[in-house]
Design a protein around this ligand. Structure first.
Ligand code: PRP
Ligand code: ZN
Length: 288
């Protein structure tokens, strides 16, 4: 194989599309990947390996891949020597208990003496230990959600994202064990190849820029000159806002980068301070 940096991605699943979308926002032009195990990136010295997500931490630890994108849940379950380089902010899900009708758990102690099916035995057993609970853990490789209806387990401990899988299997959410999102991992310690290290640093820089850009928006508005101080006091700007003169000398234009989620909190205050023509634009990249 080439001396390119090797990135492992989930072959088919919740994280695949979002991971590819992130890479494409990083400016990477990825070959059509349908059904292939390895694809290259046209404009970046990196190859992408498509693997089963559960295998990714081990492959990264063993150097089959240099880095990987995988759920924190899998990283934590596998307990390999891999290192989380960056949390990626997508693929959010929780590992939680779910029960079928008639087996309700009102308080966590209700799981004592119960049988729990899971694909996350390590995390679950650790949780039981730290909470002084005593339940039987049944380890399954998949399709955990059908275990209660098959009579194999009283309840399950599984990953829930949208909740559709639980709903389809008539299971109800209960206590949460672990919150997870997609992360970028590498083997512990620096990569041995200096060139690959440079490529990894470049990739991380791009990923961070995309992440900040996505959590920020570009706010533009016109304001009456006399409201400037008031408006500046309202804007939760990352840097000092830009103030521009307009042809109408009683008016100013104010531009600022703000955290996306703050917009709806401040819009009414801006309007009552006299702001008009308010525009909120997406930002593609933001280098800080
Ligand atoms: C989990 C879990 C469910 C599904 C739940 O699998 O086992 O099958 O996600 O998602 P939902 O709440 O949106 O319906 P995961 O994607 O972790 O992958 P897996 O195939 O490796 O188990
Ligand atoms: Zn998996």
């Amino acid at each position: 194989m080439s001396g390119n940096l090797k990135l492992a991605l989930q072959k088919k699943g919740r994280l695949t599309e979002k991971s590819l979308e992130l890479l494409s926002l990083c400016g990477l032009d990825i070959e059509n990947y349908s059904e292939r195990l390895v694809v290259s990136v046209r404009n970046f010295p990196m190859d992408i390996l498509f693997l089963r997500d559960d295998d990714i931490p081990e492959y990264v630890q063993d150097g089959v891949a240099d880095i990987g994108i995988v759920g924190e849940n899998v990283v934590s379950e596998k307990q390999t020597q891999s290192l989380i380089l960056e949390k990626l902010g997508f693929g959010r899900c929780s590992l939680l208990f779910a029960y079928p009708e008639g087996k309700e758990i009102k308080k966590i102690e209700d799981i004592n003496e119960k049988t729990i099916a899971t694909t996350y035995p390590r995390i679950l057993k650790e949780y039981l230990r730290t909470n002084n609970l005593n339940a039987k853990v049944i380890e399954l490789r998949g399709s955990v959600e059908i275990a209660p209806s098959l009579g194999v387990a009283d309840l399950i401990c599984d990953i829930v994202s949208t909740g559709n899988t639980l709903m389809m299997n008539k299971l109800k959410k209960s206590f949460k064990v672990f919150d997870s999102q997609a992360v970028l991992i590498s083997a512990a310690g620096e990569l041995k190849d200096e060139r690959k290290n440079d490529v990894l640093r470049d990739l991380l820089r791009r990923i961070r820029s995309v992440k900040t850009a996505h959590s920020s928006k570009y706010l533009m508005m016109n304001i009456p000159k006399e409201s400037l101080d008031k408006i500046i006091g309202i804007i939760p700007s990352l840097k000092s806002p830009t103030v521009l003169h307009l042809a109408d000398e009683n008016m100013l234009a104010v531009h600022a980068v703000i955290p996306s989620d703050k917009f709806w909190e401040i819009i009414e205050d801006l309007k009552s301070a006299g702001a008009s023509g308010v525009l909120l634009l997406p930002i593609e990249n933001l280098i800080q």
